[in-house]
Design a binder for this molecule. Sequence first.
Ligand SMILES: C[S@@+](CC[C@H](N)C(=O)[O-])C[C@H]1O[C@@H](n2cnc3c(N)ncnc32)[C@H](O)[C@@H]1O
Length: 262
Amino acid sequence: MGPALVGVGVGPGDPGLLTLKAVSVLRGADRVFGPTMAVDAVGRAESIVRQAAPDVAVERLVFAIVEGDEARRAAHDLAAERVAACLDAGERVAFVTLGDPNIYSTFHHLAARVVARRPETTVETVPGICAFQDLASRSGMVLVDGVERLHLISAVDGPEALDVPLADPDAAIVVYKGGRHLPAVAGRLRAAQRLDGAVVGELLGLPGERVGLLEPAATGPAAYLATVLVPPQRPAEDATAPSRAPLSQDPPPSPVGERGRP
Ligand SMILES: C[S@@+](CC[C@H](N)C(=O)[O-])C[C@H]1O[C@@H](n2cnc3c(N)ncnc32)[C@H](O)[C@@H]1O
């Protein structure tokens, strides 16, 4: 196997949701990078790897949330240079990312910068379990069935992002990056009569996790790592309706070694 850059999804937080393939690729890599805000801060993805595969060492790449495009670009360029240097040395390089590397991930920004420097770079990805899948499972929600559709949106700029999917009543809606706007997201859903059954999962699989119905939870902003699921409008007797009410007292993910260890 020649040098390659591999984006590896590590799931949303519970180390038990790291796939066998992800662990095997991480163990087989010459180097594993993980994103972080500061060189002395353990990133979320690194923390998941530490729990699921403590033998894998993660080198941090700083993707600082800094003011100004220039400073952000400079941090990303530095990270790309480091990765390119490892590829030049013939290494197989993995980069760990929360959830799936092809869904709203830093990975493809990094990969694009690396390829700009090294056009011969082979880029691969290993899929990961997404936060919305974990939340559907934890809250007992059948997301889509039959010919229903699924909209995955980012509400980072506000609840207006809901307008297009709300015009499609037979569709489920997944809202990412809307934690800051949680009360406004709930308000938009209430106005469209779609708040019933909507759930929110905050910090899934991570310390401080909360899972429950959106209605009582949306009293203030949630964390950036918050996901909202809105079920499709269905006839009351539809067998695909959620099989049970979401339980905010669901047990936390099993510690590594019980359910979590691959
Ligand atoms: C930059 S996107 C990353 C998505 C990720 N690549 C995926 O496949 O799920 C960040 C958004 O993903 C969702 N998310 C990721 N991890 C989460 C977690 N542990 N708990 C709740 N939401 C999460 C949140 O909506 C967050 O704002």
